[in-house]
Structure formats: structure tokens, C-alpha cells
Design a protein around this ligand. Sequence first.
Ligand code: HEC
Ligand code: HEC
Length: 237
Amino acid sequence: MDVFDRGAGPGLPPLAALAVSCALLTGCQSGPPPPSPIATEMYVHFEAIRDAREAAVMGDLGALRAAAMAVRERGDVAGLPEGAGPRLADLRGRARAIEESQSLEEALRLAPVLVVDCGSCHQASGVDLGQRFARRTIPEGEGIDRHAQRLGWSVNRLWEGLLGPSEPAWSVGVDALPDGRSFGPEVIEAVGDRDRVLMDRDRFDGLTARARSAEDWDQRALVLGEILQVCAGCHIR
Ligand code: HEC
Ligand code: HEC
């Protein structure tokens, strides 16, 4: 499921689009069956949660609040499994807390918890989204591109881990967390503050270790929230 990396591969088919084009055609006898109403609704959720991730990494509180609002404002999803209703209510409550958060720090702490809310309903509903995430290799490269590709990629996998929930996605995301080369000379030059870059680089040693040893999704969400603080903190410097 590559759609988490914007622009990369078809991955998860654009289900909402599929449903619409099918409705416009007469009959729709050929091609794959239309997605279920839940799946269509979920795809919209999925886009909002992806927007939230991008906003979090860049430290854009306004965009993060807007993405949370998009999650909260979705209509009731018909046909959800038994017992899913309260989980949808939890999700909306969390989204509202992000919309109302008083600081970027608070919103960044809550954003991964929102994704855990998604994941816990999947788990409770017996939906294994983890099966849908493609296996892939950590991108390599040089300079700022390497920084952007590898670190962005890493956070995407961690986010998928919480959403699935998916152990393999989480663990490959941890493997791709920043190493020494992610904060090389080009990043230092772009930031224009060597000490800051080296300090942030060192913070990742501890964060990576905690991300690796965190045992449940709640703990992992907590660590991801702290990782996002470091990403966002430097991007909005
Ligand atoms: C109340 C329970 C519940 C919550 C909360 C929930 N989901 Fe789902 N999700 C489901 C169920 C059930 C399915 C399986 C739907 C199907 O296959 O028809 C699903 C499937 C999905 C799918 C796969 C759709 C497909 O292609 O089959 C995606 C993507 C998804 N959810 C994203 C999310 C995101 C993102 C959130 C949080 C913003 C979220 N979900 C919150 C119950 C939930
Ligand atoms: C010490 C500073 C610093 C830290 C920490 C940092 N970045 Fe960056 N990042 C940069 C710089 C510099 C750029 C180049 C653009 C700019 O100046 O903001 C950049 C760009 C990016 C881009 C490309 C953005 C775009 O618009 O093309 C992505 C993606 C990215 N970083 C991801 C991350 C992630 C994910 C983290 C946290 C795991 C992170 N960065 C942590 C300094 C940092």
C-alpha cells in the first residue's frame, strides 16, 4: 500500500475515485467490484490521516488541525462491525482535541494517538491492514534529498505501523530512523546552526532506542510524538 508516500505508485487503489467513476458509467459490469461503503469512507479517512502526518513533520499546526477536522467530520459509517461505534466516537473526540489544542507541541503529541485510534478499531474489527502494506527497502541517497527521502519514509512506515496496526511496518520504520548521515553537511548548511543539528542528531539515538523497545501501540505513539517534535522543531526554526 504505497499511497502513504504521496505520488508513489498506485498502491491502494483510489477507492473513492473508483466508486465515483463506476457510478457515472452505465452498468459497471467490467473491472473490479466497487469497494464497500466502509472501504470508500476509510479511504477518505486515510487521506486525512496522511495530510495530518505531513503537517506534523513540517510543524504546520493549522494544517494539522484541518486534517483532524476532516477526520472528525466524516459521516457515520454504515455497516461497521458490532462494537465499532464507540471507537468511532473515541476517534472523533481525539480529532476534536487536536483541533482545540493550544500549542503545536500538544497537537504533535495527540496526532499519533489519533492514528492508534484508527488502528485499535481495525484490530477490534479483525481487519488486518498490515497485509496491505508493501514490503520495501529503505531509500538511500545523498544530502538533503537523502534526509528528506529517508526520514520522510521512516515516519511514513511508523505511521502505517500505528494505523494497521502492523509490527513489520513499525519495525522497518525504526530501522530507517535518522543515522549520522541524515544530518550531514548539507543539512547543517541549510539550517545554518551546526550545534542545533548535532544536538537533534544525538536526540535521535535515544528516540530510536525507545522506538525499538516500546512494547505496545500506546507507548509507540508517545515516542512518535516526541520524534515529530524534533522534526517539526527544526523545520519551523
Ligand atoms: C470504528 C472502526 C474503525 C475506525 C475508527 C477506523 N477504521 Fe478503518 N476500517 C474499519 C473497517 C471495519 C475496515 C474494513 C472495511 C472493508 O474492508 O470493507 C477498515 C478499513 C480501512 C482501510 C482499508 C480500506 C480498503 O481499501 O479496504 C483503510 C485505508 C482505513 N480503514 C483507514 C482508516 C483510518 C485512516 C482511520 C482513522 C482516521 C480508520 N480507518 C479508522 C474500521 C475502522
Ligand atoms: C536539525 C534540523 C532538522 C531536523 C531535526 C529534521 N529536518 Fe527535515 N529538513 C531539514 C532541512 C534543512 C530541510 C530542507 C528544507 C528546509 O530548509 O526546511 C529539511 C527537509 C525535509 C523534508 C523535505 C521537505 C520538502 O518540502 O521537500 C522532509 C520530508 C523532511 N525534512 C523530513 C524530516 C523528518 C521526518 C524529520 C524527523 C524524523 C526531520 N526531517 C528532521 C532539517 C531538519
